[in-house]
Design a protein around this ligand. Sequence first.
Ligand code: URP
Ligand code: ZN
Length: 466
Amino acid sequence: MYELLIHNGTVVLPDRIARVDIAIQNGKIAAIGEYETLGDAASEYNAEGKYVLPGLIDPHVHMKHPFKEHFAPDDFFHASVSAAFGGTTTLIDFAIQWDKAVSIEDTVRCRRQAIEEGVVVDFALHATPTRSDQQTIDSVPGCLDLGVPSYKVYMVYRDQGRIVEDPIILGLLEAMRKRSALLMVHAENSSIAEYNRDKFVAEGRTAASYFPQVKPNFVEAEAISRAVFFNRVAESRLYIAHLSTLEGLEMVRSAQQSGEMVFCETCPHYLVLDADAYSRSDGQNFLCSPPLRSIQDRDALWQGIADGSISVISSDHCGFSLAQKALGQGDFSKTPNGLPGIETRLALVYSQGVLQERISIQQMVKVLSANPAKIFGMYPQKGAIQLGSDADLCIFDGTWEQTICASKLHGAVDWSPFEGMKVHGVVTDTILRGTFIVQDGQLRVQPGFGKFMHRQPAAIDRQSLK
Ligand code: URP
Ligand code: ZN
Protein backbone atom coordinates (compact mmCIF):
# COMPACT_ATOMS: atom_id res chain seq x y z
CA MET A 1 0.00 0.00 0.00
CA TYR A 2 1.30 3.47 -0.90
CA GLU A 3 1.42 6.35 1.55
CA LEU A 4 -0.34 8.86 -0.67
CA LEU A 5 -2.12 8.75 -3.99
CA ILE A 6 -2.79 11.88 -6.04
CA HIS A 7 -5.53 11.02 -8.45
CA ASN A 8 -7.73 12.62 -11.09
CA GLY A 9 -5.34 15.50 -11.76
CA THR A 10 -4.05 16.83 -15.06
CA VAL A 11 -0.39 16.01 -14.62
CA VAL A 12 2.42 17.82 -16.43
CA LEU A 13 4.97 15.06 -17.06
CA PRO A 14 8.35 15.70 -18.73
CA ASP A 15 7.10 14.57 -22.14
CA ARG A 16 3.32 15.02 -22.04
CA ILE A 17 0.29 16.20 -20.16
CA ALA A 18 -1.84 13.30 -18.98
CA ARG A 19 -4.64 12.39 -16.67
CA VAL A 20 -2.61 9.96 -14.56
CA ASP A 21 -2.42 9.04 -10.91
CA ILE A 22 0.74 9.46 -8.84
CA ALA A 23 1.67 7.15 -5.98
CA ILE A 24 4.06 8.37 -3.29
CA GLN A 25 6.16 6.27 -0.95
CA ASN A 26 9.03 7.35 1.35
CA GLY A 27 8.96 10.87 -0.04
CA LYS A 28 9.52 9.71 -3.62
CA ILE A 29 7.33 9.18 -6.64
CA ALA A 30 6.83 5.42 -6.51
CA ALA A 31 4.43 4.87 -9.42
CA ILE A 32 2.66 6.78 -12.18
CA GLY A 33 -0.27 5.04 -13.77
CA GLU A 34 -3.42 5.42 -15.74
CA TYR A 35 -6.50 6.57 -13.94
CA GLU A 36 -7.39 4.32 -10.97
CA THR A 37 -4.92 1.55 -11.83
CA LEU A 38 -2.37 1.97 -9.06
CA GLY A 39 -4.06 0.27 -6.13
CA ASP A 40 -4.55 1.47 -2.59
CA ALA A 41 -2.91 4.14 -0.50
CA ALA A 42 -3.15 5.16 3.13
CA SER A 43 -4.47 8.51 2.00
CA GLU A 44 -5.77 9.91 -1.24
CA TYR A 45 -5.98 13.38 -2.70
CA ASN A 46 -8.49 14.16 -5.38
CA ALA A 47 -6.94 16.63 -7.83
CA GLU A 48 -9.92 16.71 -10.17
CA GLY A 49 -10.00 19.90 -12.23
CA LYS A 50 -6.50 20.88 -11.17
CA TYR A 51 -3.03 20.76 -12.66
CA VAL A 52 -0.42 18.70 -10.89
CA LEU A 53 2.96 20.31 -11.60
CA PRO A 54 6.43 19.36 -10.39
CA GLY A 55 7.25 21.51 -7.35
CA LEU A 56 8.55 24.83 -8.64
CA ILE A 57 12.18 25.81 -8.30
CA ASP A 58 13.19 29.41 -7.76
CA PRO A 59 16.93 29.68 -8.37
CA HIS A 60 17.28 33.36 -7.47
CA VAL A 61 16.05 34.36 -4.01
CA HIS A 62 17.42 36.82 -1.46
CA MET A 63 16.17 36.03 2.03
CA LYS A 64 16.82 38.40 4.93
CA HIS A 65 18.82 40.60 2.59
CA PRO A 66 20.74 43.38 4.37
CA PHE A 67 20.56 47.09 3.69
CA LYS A 68 22.83 49.26 5.84
CA GLU A 69 22.02 48.22 9.42
CA HIS A 70 18.63 46.75 8.42
CA PHE A 71 17.53 43.38 7.07
CA ALA A 72 14.60 42.69 4.77
CA PRO A 73 11.79 41.35 7.01
CA ASP A 74 11.37 38.38 4.70
CA ASP A 75 13.66 36.10 6.67
CA PHE A 76 14.30 32.40 6.08
CA PHE A 77 10.98 31.32 7.55
CA HIS A 78 8.70 33.97 6.04
CA ALA A 79 10.24 33.97 2.57
CA SER A 80 10.09 30.18 2.40
CA VAL A 81 6.49 30.08 3.64
CA SER A 82 5.63 32.56 0.92
CA ALA A 83 7.49 30.33 -1.56
CA ALA A 84 5.49 27.30 -0.42
CA PHE A 85 2.16 29.10 -0.89
CA GLY A 86 3.29 29.98 -4.39
CA GLY A 87 4.03 26.34 -5.23
CA THR A 88 7.82 26.59 -4.89
CA THR A 89 9.38 23.60 -3.16
CA THR A 90 13.06 24.42 -3.69
CA LEU A 91 14.78 27.79 -3.72
CA ILE A 92 18.36 28.88 -4.19
CA ASP A 93 19.59 31.67 -1.96
CA PHE A 94 22.98 33.43 -1.94
CA ALA A 95 25.87 33.00 0.46
CA ILE A 96 27.22 36.53 0.03
CA GLN A 97 30.68 37.25 1.40
CA TRP A 98 29.67 40.45 3.21
CA ASP A 99 32.68 40.06 5.48
CA LYS A 100 35.71 39.71 3.23
CA ALA A 101 37.77 38.41 6.17
CA VAL A 102 35.59 35.30 6.25
CA SER A 103 36.40 32.79 3.52
CA ILE A 104 33.69 32.06 0.97
CA GLU A 105 33.65 28.43 2.14
CA ASP A 106 32.90 29.55 5.72
CA THR A 107 30.35 32.03 4.40
CA VAL A 108 28.59 29.10 2.73
CA ARG A 109 28.73 27.00 5.92
CA CYS A 110 27.27 29.84 8.04
CA ARG A 111 24.54 30.70 5.58
CA ARG A 112 23.51 27.05 5.31
CA GLN A 113 23.28 26.73 9.08
CA ALA A 114 21.29 29.94 9.50
CA ILE A 115 18.81 29.01 6.78
CA GLU A 116 18.35 25.41 7.96
CA GLU A 117 16.80 26.56 11.22
CA GLY A 118 13.98 28.52 9.62
CA VAL A 119 13.21 27.25 6.18
CA VAL A 120 10.11 25.21 5.22
CA VAL A 121 11.10 24.36 1.63
CA ASP A 122 14.27 22.70 0.34
CA PHE A 123 17.09 25.07 -0.48
CA ALA A 124 20.49 25.35 -2.08
CA LEU A 125 23.09 28.10 -2.22
CA HIS A 126 25.07 30.04 -4.79
CA ALA A 127 28.50 31.01 -3.46
CA THR A 128 28.76 34.79 -3.88
CA PRO A 129 32.31 36.01 -3.35
CA THR A 130 33.18 39.69 -3.07
CA ARG A 131 36.98 39.47 -3.08
CA SER A 132 38.75 40.26 -6.33
CA ASP A 133 41.76 38.08 -5.67
CA GLN A 134 43.15 34.60 -6.14
CA GLN A 135 41.39 33.37 -3.00
CA THR A 136 38.08 33.63 -4.84
CA ILE A 137 39.33 31.55 -7.76
CA ASP A 138 40.91 28.97 -5.47
CA SER A 139 37.68 28.52 -3.50
CA VAL A 140 35.89 26.59 -6.27
CA PRO A 141 36.90 23.03 -5.21
CA GLY A 142 36.07 23.77 -1.56
CA CYS A 143 32.60 25.06 -2.44
CA LEU A 144 32.01 22.04 -4.66
CA ASP A 145 32.79 19.80 -1.68
CA LEU A 146 30.16 21.75 0.25
CA GLY A 147 27.56 20.94 -2.40
CA VAL A 148 27.71 24.36 -4.07
CA PRO A 149 28.64 24.03 -7.76
CA SER A 150 27.33 27.48 -8.76
CA TYR A 151 28.74 30.92 -8.05
CA LYS A 152 27.23 34.32 -8.55
CA VAL A 153 29.31 37.43 -9.00
CA TYR A 154 28.26 41.04 -9.10
CA MET A 155 29.79 42.96 -12.01
CA VAL A 156 28.33 46.07 -10.35
CA TYR A 157 28.33 47.73 -6.90
CA ARG A 158 32.06 48.56 -6.84
CA ASP A 159 31.35 51.35 -4.35
CA GLN A 160 29.60 48.89 -2.01
CA GLY A 161 32.53 46.47 -2.20
CA ARG A 162 30.44 43.77 -3.85
CA ILE A 163 31.95 43.83 -7.34
CA VAL A 164 34.22 41.03 -8.55
CA GLU A 165 36.63 42.52 -11.08
CA ASP A 166 37.06 41.18 -14.62
CA PRO A 167 40.32 39.21 -14.20
CA ILE A 168 38.80 37.25 -11.35
CA ILE A 169 35.61 36.60 -13.34
CA LEU A 170 37.78 35.16 -16.09
CA GLY A 171 39.76 33.12 -13.56
CA LEU A 172 36.55 31.83 -11.99
CA LEU A 173 35.20 30.79 -15.39
CA GLU A 174 38.41 28.87 -16.06
CA ALA A 175 38.29 27.18 -12.64
CA MET A 176 34.64 26.30 -13.23
CA ARG A 177 35.23 24.84 -16.68
CA LYS A 178 37.62 22.29 -15.20
CA ARG A 179 34.91 21.12 -12.80
CA SER A 180 31.75 21.67 -14.88
CA ALA A 181 30.52 24.27 -12.40
CA LEU A 182 28.45 27.30 -13.42
CA LEU A 183 28.95 31.05 -13.02
CA MET A 184 25.96 33.36 -12.65
CA VAL A 185 26.56 37.06 -13.22
CA HIS A 186 24.64 40.15 -12.21
CA ALA A 187 25.59 41.98 -15.39
CA GLU A 188 25.69 45.77 -15.15
CA ASN A 189 28.59 48.08 -15.98
CA SER A 190 29.60 49.40 -12.55
CA SER A 191 31.66 52.42 -13.65
CA ILE A 192 28.96 53.82 -15.89
CA ALA A 193 26.14 53.16 -13.41
CA GLU A 194 28.07 54.85 -10.61
CA TYR A 195 29.22 57.75 -12.78
CA ASN A 196 25.63 58.37 -13.91
CA ARG A 197 24.27 58.07 -10.40
CA ASP A 198 26.75 60.65 -9.05
CA LYS A 199 25.95 63.01 -11.94
CA PHE A 200 22.19 62.75 -11.42
CA VAL A 201 22.55 63.24 -7.68
CA ALA A 202 24.83 66.27 -8.17
CA GLU A 203 22.19 67.77 -10.46
CA GLY A 204 19.44 67.11 -7.92
CA ARG A 205 17.70 64.66 -10.23
CA THR A 206 17.03 61.99 -7.60
CA ALA A 207 13.37 61.09 -8.23
CA ALA A 208 12.76 57.43 -9.07
CA SER A 209 11.70 58.45 -12.57
CA TYR A 210 15.38 59.20 -13.39
CA PHE A 211 16.57 55.72 -12.41
CA PRO A 212 16.20 54.07 -15.85
CA GLN A 213 18.43 56.82 -17.29
CA VAL A 214 21.09 56.04 -14.69
CA LYS A 215 21.15 52.44 -15.87
CA PRO A 216 20.04 52.52 -19.51
CA ASN A 217 19.86 49.29 -21.52
CA PHE A 218 23.48 49.41 -22.65
CA VAL A 219 24.67 49.29 -19.01
CA GLU A 220 23.30 45.76 -18.88
CA ALA A 221 24.10 44.83 -22.48
CA GLU A 222 27.77 45.88 -22.25
CA ALA A 223 28.31 43.78 -19.12
CA ILE A 224 26.57 40.79 -20.71
CA SER A 225 28.74 41.13 -23.78
CA ARG A 226 31.88 41.23 -21.60
CA ALA A 227 30.81 38.19 -19.58
CA VAL A 228 29.91 36.27 -22.74
CA PHE A 229 33.30 37.16 -24.21
CA PHE A 230 35.12 35.90 -21.10
CA ASN A 231 33.06 32.73 -21.17
CA ARG A 232 33.97 32.18 -24.82
CA VAL A 233 37.66 32.55 -24.00
CA ALA A 234 37.37 30.20 -21.02
CA GLU A 235 35.04 27.77 -22.84
CA SER A 236 33.05 27.58 -19.66
CA ARG A 237 29.41 27.90 -18.57
CA LEU A 238 27.71 31.19 -17.92
CA TYR A 239 24.27 32.11 -16.58
CA ILE A 240 22.95 35.65 -16.93
CA ALA A 241 20.81 36.67 -13.95
CA HIS A 242 17.62 38.74 -14.30
CA LEU A 243 17.94 39.64 -17.99
CA SER A 244 15.93 42.80 -18.66
CA THR A 245 16.87 44.11 -22.11
CA LEU A 246 16.31 43.32 -25.74
CA GLU A 247 20.01 44.07 -26.47
CA GLY A 248 21.19 41.67 -23.78
CA LEU A 249 18.88 38.99 -25.12
CA GLU A 250 20.38 39.39 -28.59
CA MET A 251 23.84 38.74 -27.15
CA VAL A 252 22.68 35.65 -25.32
CA ARG A 253 20.96 34.38 -28.46
CA SER A 254 23.97 34.91 -30.63
CA ALA A 255 26.26 33.09 -28.13
CA GLN A 256 23.80 30.21 -27.98
CA GLN A 257 23.64 30.04 -31.78
CA SER A 258 27.43 29.68 -31.80
CA GLY A 259 27.04 26.67 -29.52
CA GLU A 260 28.31 28.40 -26.38
CA MET A 261 27.12 27.37 -22.94
CA VAL A 262 25.31 30.59 -22.08
CA PHE A 263 22.00 30.41 -20.21
CA CYS A 264 19.78 33.10 -18.85
CA GLU A 265 16.81 33.92 -16.71
CA THR A 266 14.40 36.79 -16.52
CA CYS A 267 11.88 37.64 -13.78
CA PRO A 268 8.13 38.31 -13.63
CA HIS A 269 8.64 42.02 -12.93
CA TYR A 270 10.43 42.47 -16.28
CA LEU A 271 7.58 40.58 -17.99
CA VAL A 272 4.54 42.30 -16.52
CA LEU A 273 5.71 45.74 -15.38
CA ASP A 274 7.52 48.52 -17.20
CA ALA A 275 9.49 51.67 -16.47
CA ASP A 276 6.32 53.78 -16.19
CA ALA A 277 6.12 52.44 -12.63
CA TYR A 278 8.90 54.87 -11.69
CA SER A 279 6.65 57.82 -12.48
CA ARG A 280 3.99 56.70 -10.01
CA SER A 281 3.75 58.49 -6.67
CA ASP A 282 5.13 55.31 -5.07
CA GLY A 283 7.73 54.91 -7.84
CA GLN A 284 10.60 54.44 -5.38
CA ASN A 285 9.14 51.10 -4.30
CA PHE A 286 9.88 49.71 -7.76
CA LEU A 287 13.61 50.43 -7.65
CA CYS A 288 15.49 47.29 -8.54
CA SER A 289 18.59 46.47 -10.50
CA PRO A 290 18.53 46.23 -13.40
CA PRO A 291 15.61 48.67 -13.67
CA LEU A 292 12.20 47.94 -15.15
CA ARG A 293 12.33 48.59 -18.90
CA SER A 294 10.17 49.49 -21.89
CA ILE A 295 7.27 47.58 -23.39
CA GLN A 296 9.54 46.66 -26.35
CA ASP A 297 11.99 45.02 -23.95
CA ARG A 298 9.13 43.23 -22.22
CA ASP A 299 7.78 41.86 -25.50
CA ALA A 300 11.27 40.74 -26.55
CA LEU A 301 11.71 38.86 -23.27
CA TRP A 302 8.44 36.98 -23.79
CA GLN A 303 9.66 36.11 -27.28
CA GLY A 304 12.94 34.90 -25.78
CA ILE A 305 11.05 32.59 -23.45
CA ALA A 306 8.88 31.30 -26.27
CA ASP A 307 11.86 30.50 -28.51
CA GLY A 308 13.89 28.96 -25.67
CA SER A 309 16.66 31.59 -25.52
CA ILE A 310 15.59 32.35 -21.95
CA SER A 311 15.53 29.12 -19.97
CA VAL A 312 14.31 30.24 -16.55
CA ILE A 313 11.92 32.68 -14.90
CA SER A 314 13.14 33.30 -11.34
CA SER A 315 11.72 35.80 -8.88
CA ASP A 316 14.90 37.65 -7.73
CA HIS A 317 12.80 37.97 -4.60
CA CYS A 318 14.11 40.60 -2.22
CA GLY A 319 11.49 41.52 0.34
CA PHE A 320 12.15 44.97 1.73
CA SER A 321 9.24 46.62 3.54
CA LEU A 322 7.57 49.89 2.55
CA ALA A 323 9.31 51.60 5.47
CA GLN A 324 12.68 50.36 4.24
CA LYS A 325 11.90 51.48 0.70
CA ALA A 326 11.05 54.89 2.16
CA LEU A 327 14.46 55.17 3.84
CA GLY A 328 15.78 56.82 0.71
CA GLN A 329 13.19 59.61 1.11
CA GLY A 330 12.51 59.77 -2.57
CA ASP A 331 16.19 59.61 -3.55
CA PHE A 332 16.84 56.63 -5.83
CA SER A 333 20.49 56.51 -4.77
CA LYS A 334 19.56 55.86 -1.14
CA THR A 335 16.69 53.40 -1.63
CA PRO A 336 17.32 49.66 -1.18
CA ASN A 337 17.01 47.84 -4.50
CA GLY A 338 14.93 44.73 -4.97
CA LEU A 339 11.33 43.57 -5.36
CA PRO A 340 9.33 40.88 -3.61
CA GLY A 341 7.78 38.24 -5.88
CA ILE A 342 8.42 34.74 -4.59
CA GLU A 343 4.74 33.87 -4.12
CA THR A 344 3.23 35.46 -7.21
CA ARG A 345 5.56 33.95 -9.84
CA LEU A 346 3.33 31.09 -10.99
CA ALA A 347 0.04 33.00 -11.15
CA LEU A 348 1.68 35.81 -13.13
CA VAL A 349 3.45 33.53 -15.60
CA TYR A 350 0.36 31.38 -16.05
CA SER A 351 -1.94 34.39 -16.56
CA GLN A 352 0.33 36.52 -18.74
CA GLY A 353 2.19 33.68 -20.42
CA VAL A 354 -0.03 30.62 -20.83
CA LEU A 355 -3.46 32.26 -20.93
CA GLN A 356 -2.22 34.98 -23.27
CA GLU A 357 -0.89 32.16 -25.51
CA ARG A 358 2.70 33.38 -25.35
CA ILE A 359 3.92 30.02 -24.04
CA SER A 360 2.43 26.57 -23.48
CA ILE A 361 1.85 25.10 -20.06
CA GLN A 362 4.74 22.69 -20.68
CA GLN A 363 7.05 25.58 -21.47
CA MET A 364 5.87 27.23 -18.27
CA VAL A 365 6.80 24.13 -16.28
CA LYS A 366 10.20 24.07 -17.96
CA VAL A 367 11.06 27.66 -17.07
CA LEU A 368 9.69 27.46 -13.53
CA SER A 369 10.87 23.98 -12.56
CA ALA A 370 12.60 21.55 -14.93
CA ASN A 371 15.14 23.96 -16.41
CA PRO A 372 16.41 25.46 -13.15
CA ALA A 373 16.74 21.88 -11.85
CA LYS A 374 18.76 20.87 -14.91
CA ILE A 375 20.97 23.97 -15.03
CA PHE A 376 21.72 23.95 -11.31
CA GLY A 377 22.37 20.24 -10.85
CA MET A 378 19.19 19.01 -9.17
CA TYR A 379 17.51 17.07 -11.98
CA PRO A 380 15.77 14.61 -11.90
CA GLN A 381 15.66 14.52 -8.11
CA LYS A 382 13.83 17.84 -8.44
CA GLY A 383 11.99 19.41 -11.36
CA ALA A 384 10.19 16.36 -12.74
CA ILE A 385 7.26 14.13 -12.06
CA GLN A 386 8.90 10.82 -12.81
CA LEU A 387 9.67 7.55 -11.04
CA GLY A 388 12.23 7.98 -8.27
CA SER A 389 12.07 11.79 -8.17
CA ASP A 390 11.32 13.57 -4.92
CA ALA A 391 7.57 13.77 -4.51
CA ASP A 392 7.52 17.57 -4.78
CA LEU A 393 4.22 18.67 -6.27
CA CYS A 394 2.39 21.90 -6.83
CA ILE A 395 -1.38 21.50 -7.13
CA PHE A 396 -2.63 24.40 -9.17
CA ASP A 397 -6.19 25.39 -9.95
CA GLY A 398 -5.97 27.47 -13.11
CA THR A 399 -9.64 28.43 -13.09
CA TRP A 400 -9.65 30.62 -9.99
CA GLU A 401 -9.51 34.34 -10.52
CA GLN A 402 -7.86 36.47 -7.90
CA THR A 403 -6.59 39.97 -7.45
CA ILE A 404 -3.06 40.16 -6.10
CA CYS A 405 -3.13 41.79 -2.74
CA ALA A 406 -0.15 41.97 -0.37
CA SER A 407 -2.33 41.38 2.68
CA LYS A 408 -3.28 37.94 1.31
CA LEU A 409 0.29 36.85 0.65
CA HIS A 410 2.13 34.81 3.27
CA GLY A 411 5.55 36.43 3.64
CA ALA A 412 6.55 39.29 5.91
CA VAL A 413 6.52 42.00 3.22
CA ASP A 414 3.76 44.58 3.47
CA TRP A 415 3.43 45.37 -0.21
CA SER A 416 3.55 43.81 -3.65
CA PRO A 417 4.70 45.38 -6.92
CA PHE A 418 1.79 43.48 -8.51
CA GLU A 419 -0.89 44.82 -6.15
CA GLY A 420 -4.31 45.01 -7.81
CA MET A 421 -3.40 42.84 -10.80
CA LYS A 422 -6.04 40.33 -11.77
CA VAL A 423 -4.59 36.88 -12.29
CA HIS A 424 -5.90 33.42 -12.95
CA GLY A 425 -4.82 30.47 -10.93
CA VAL A 426 -4.14 29.62 -7.35
CA VAL A 427 -1.91 27.04 -5.68
CA THR A 428 -4.27 25.01 -3.52
CA ASP A 429 -1.73 22.58 -2.04
CA THR A 430 2.02 22.09 -2.05
CA ILE A 431 3.75 18.79 -1.36
CA LEU A 432 7.43 18.46 -0.49
CA ARG A 433 9.04 15.01 -0.36
CA GLY A 434 5.58 13.47 0.02
CA THR A 435 4.44 15.76 2.86
CA PHE A 436 1.80 18.46 2.46
CA ILE A 437 3.58 21.65 3.42
CA VAL A 438 0.56 23.73 2.40
CA GLN A 439 -2.91 22.19 2.56
CA ASP A 440 -6.34 23.84 2.61
CA GLY A 441 -4.75 27.26 2.86
CA GLN A 442 -2.71 26.33 5.95
CA LEU A 443 1.00 25.83 6.51
CA ARG A 444 1.41 22.24 7.72
CA VAL A 445 5.08 22.05 8.70
CA GLN A 446 7.42 23.64 11.23
CA PRO A 447 10.43 25.88 10.56
CA GLY A 448 13.36 23.67 9.64
CA PHE A 449 11.36 21.20 7.54
CA GLY A 450 13.29 22.26 4.43
CA LYS A 451 16.55 20.47 3.72
CA PHE A 452 19.79 21.63 2.15
CA MET A 453 20.35 20.28 -1.36
CA HIS A 454 23.94 19.13 -1.71
CA ARG A 455 24.34 19.62 -5.46
CA GLN A 456 26.82 18.14 -7.90
CA PRO A 457 27.90 19.75 -11.16
CA ALA A 458 25.82 18.27 -13.92
CA ALA A 459 26.07 17.93 -17.68
CA ILE A 460 23.55 20.33 -19.24
CA ASP A 461 21.81 19.22 -22.41
CA ARG A 462 21.00 22.55 -24.05
CA GLN A 463 18.41 21.06 -26.41
CA SER A 464 16.38 19.64 -23.53
CA LEU A 465 15.87 23.13 -22.09
CA LYS A 466 13.85 24.32 -25.11
O1 URP B 1 17.66 44.95 -7.22
C1 URP B 1 17.92 43.80 -6.96
N1 URP B 1 18.00 42.89 -7.91
N2 URP B 1 18.11 43.46 -5.69
C2 URP B 1 18.36 42.14 -5.20
C3 URP B 1 19.38 42.15 -4.12
C4 URP B 1 20.78 42.50 -4.59
O2 URP B 1 21.35 43.39 -3.98
O3 URP B 1 21.28 41.84 -5.48
ZN1 ZN C 1 19.25 39.10 -7.12
